[in-house]
Write a protein that binds this ligand. Structure first.
Ligand code: PEP
Ligand code: MN
Length: 283
């Protein structure tokens, strides 16, 4: 038995793979990222720059997001860029900087792995490895992530159905790792006014079908700095276990995704508002 047929009224019949299914495992799975728990009563905020650019950029941003209440620091060292001429990330140097700020602040770090050849290197520095949207269908990488010994932040493919997303997570669990966080980050639709269409209905659907924690990325989900706080608040109201938000100490000068990155002050303001939403829904 590998899959469970799951009838969702009105029109959807899902094949939910068994290891990720809530029918098989009704209790929420708690994912523990070096002491920070996802899937429990709290809402956990991950924040930081899209890409690690320099020591100054990472440290100034990291210290500030920690002060505002973020629990985990994000920052890409290996970046999947649409153009080969765009900044590709600092590679191992970026990982070393993440290791240094982790030591200074005590904050766990999450960073993306794009290639099976890098998984040992990346998981040596990261508290949690991220598999990005473009790699959700990279089955060799999913298998390696199942064996890497670190929690995995799995982002929904930009063209993936909920069923395909859960099947990708199933690969990781099947290869020995149940420490998986699902991340809704927007899907491609006919709409062009936003970078992606943030599918917030995925949050209750994923929580309904699976026991894994679900977080939301309103930065890639909208591509618009001004819209990020609205969708971040909506995501928490929709039941997300956490958020991952791009923040930069100088968004205008960012080498990657500055247009969707919050400034340090904007992030601090959002965190205050999120506390109120979390309180209102009993979290
Ligand atoms: C990222 O988090 O920096 C990223 C590239 O996200 P996604 O894979 O969702 O596009
Ligand atoms: Mn980004």
């Amino acid at each position: 038995m590998d899959t469970i047929s799951c009838n969702i009224p009105i029109n959807a019949e899902f094949t939910v793979p068994s290891r990720v299914s809530r029918k098989i495992n009704p209790e929420n799975t708690i994912v523990n990222v070096s002491g920070v728990e996802f899937g429990g009563p709290g809402v956990v905020i991950i924040a930081g720059p899209c890409a690690v650019e320099s020591e100054e950029q990472l440290f100034e941003t990291g210290r500030a997001v920690k002060k505002s209440g973020a629990r985990i620091l994000r920052g890409g060292a290996f970046k999947p860029r649409s153009s080969p001429y765009s900044f590709q990330g600092l590679g191992e140097e970026g990982l070393k900087l993440l290791g240094e700020i982790r030591k200074e602040t005590g904050m766990p770090v999450v960073t993306e792995v794009m290639d099976t050849r890098q998984i040992e290197l990346v998981s040596g520095y990261a508290d949690m490895v991220q598999i990005g949207s473009r790699n959700m269908h990279n089955y060799p990488l999913l298998k390696e992530a199942g064996m890497c010994g670190k929690p995995v932040l799995l982002k929904r493919g930009m063209m993936a159905t909920i069923e395909e997303f859960l099947l990708a997570a199933e690969y990781i669990l099947h290869h020995g790792n149940d420490q998986v966080i699902l991340c809704e980050r927007g899907i491609r639709t006919f709409e062009t006014s936003t970078r992606n269409t943030l599918d917030l209905s995925a949050v209750p659907m994923l929580k309904h079908l699976s026991h894994l924690p679900v977080i939301v990325d309103p930065s890639h989900g909208t591509g618009l700095r001004w819209m990020v706080p609205f969708m971040a608040k909506a995501a928490v109201a929709a039941g997300a276990d956490g958020l991952i938000i791009e923040v930069h100490y100088n968004p205008e000068k960012a080498l990657c995704d500055g247009h969707q990155s919050l400034s340090l002050d904007e992030f601090a303001g959002l965190m205050t508002d999120l506390d109120k939403i979390a309180l209102a829904i009993g979290r």
